[in-house]
Ligand binder design. Structure first.
Ligand code: DP6
Length: 345
């Protein structure tokens, strides 16, 4: 499947556009790939509100194609190389006739270890797809599907950031689901007011990137079992989200986080991204839940930082617990919640 075929022949024009795109946190994890940027199992995420990237891209026709990228007004050759090789992989003739300037900034501070690839690359891809539709005069009916398709090629998790709230990616029992792009998920009204407080345990640069981590699943002893678990957890999370069952959702949420990190610990060349404070905070969350029966659950990205998920209705007591007890394990605490997806500025 190639949703970019429709842009194979048109003449380049000048265009500038700005998009804000949020980060997302996976409830069921994408960890392991097949084919070209396709997920080994379907995943489900929640799009966030406060953690987002804002990117402006200007496209100018040019005989000498070029690309410049500025993050917080500082030129970043490392990201330019990444974007250049991503664009080359798209094999779109128009891209060899453009000078592209990218200016980007994140709302979350640098060095927090919060995944910026989902928000950063979806924001860039929304600008790119906006240009492709505009310059070719294509009908925009499938704009977000195409944006999700292109974002996936840049970074798998980025394809889920183009939709609001809960989002599914990967072929599954859901009609219209696909490995090639994400689709928005309809959930029970009670699941529409979730909060996500992020405990930044460490902002150190990760020793092993997510892309490298996916690669390590290729010859992992537990790979097939993990993909099967991901599929079962996907199915149960879908059911729980539709019923508004926070407890079931939360139990799977934690199991997915722990499985993800167990995959790292049991890799042929083992590694861990967890820190002592991650485990100390997890212990405390379990004790708090046991004692209060309040619906506070955690998940982890491919890093040491904890995302604390809870419904708005229990927010008062849980926020007090976070600030009194859990914040001592963190270098920073970021309050976030369900978001409405990207916006064109
Ligand atoms: C643990 O999307 O960052 O966050 O496709 O190689 O760019 P690439 O990987 P990436 O992996 C995300 C992994 C995860 C789980 C998830 O978001 O589903």
């Amino acid at each position: 499947m190639n949703l970019l075929e429709k842009f194979n022949s048109f003449s380049p024009g000048a265009f500038e556009t700005t998009w804000r795109s949020p980060s997302n946190i996976a409830f069921v994890k994408y960890w392991g790939k097949k084919g070209h940027q396709l997920p080994a199992n379907p995943s489900i995420s929640l799009t966030l509100k406060e953690c987002f990237t804002e990117t402006t891209v200007s496209f100018r026709p040019s005989d000498l194609p070029s690309l410049e990228l500025y993050l917080d007004n500082v030129r970043e050759p490392k990201f330019e190389t990444k974007i250049n090789s991503f664009l080359a992989g798209l094999s779109l003739p128009v891209l060899s006739k453009l000078s592209i300037t990218i200016k980007t900034k994140n709302t979350f501070p640098h060095g927090t270890g919060i995944a910026s690839s989902a928000s950063g690359l979806s924001a860039f891809c929304l600008c790119l797809v906006d240009y492709l539709y505009e310059a070719s005069g294509t009908d925009r009916r499938d704009f977000f599907q195409t944006a999700s398709f292109v974002s996936r090629l840049a970074s798998g998790s980025a394809c889920r950031s183009v939709y609001p709230g809960f989002v599914s990616w990967g072929e599954s029992e859901l009609s219209g689901s696909s490995d090639y792009f994400a689709t928005p998920l309809d959930v029970h009204p009670e699941m529409r007011n979730l909060r996500d407080t992020i405990l930044v345990v460490s902002g150190e640069e990760k020793k092993v990137s997510s892309t490298q981590g996916h690669g390590k699943m290729k010859d992992h002893f537990f790979a097939e079992a993990r993909f099967a678990q991901g599929k079962v957890n996907y199915h149960h999370t879908l059911e729980a989200l539709k019923k508004g069952d926070m407890e079931r959702t939360g139990v799977i949420l934690e199991s997915e986080a722990l499985s993800l990190h167990a995959m790292m610990l049991t890799s042929p060349v083992p590694y861990t991204l967890l820190k002592p404070n991650t485990l100390a905070a997890i212990d405390m969350i379990w004790a708090f839940r046991e004692e209060t029966k309040l619906p506070l659950y955690f998940t982890l990205d491919a890093g040491p930082n904890l995302h604390l998920l809870y419904p708005e209705t229990a927010a008062n007591k849980i926020k007090t617990f976070i600030s009194v007890e859990l914040s001592k394990f963190a270098t920073m605490v970021i309050d976030d919640e369900r978001g409405e997806g990207p916006v064109k500025c």
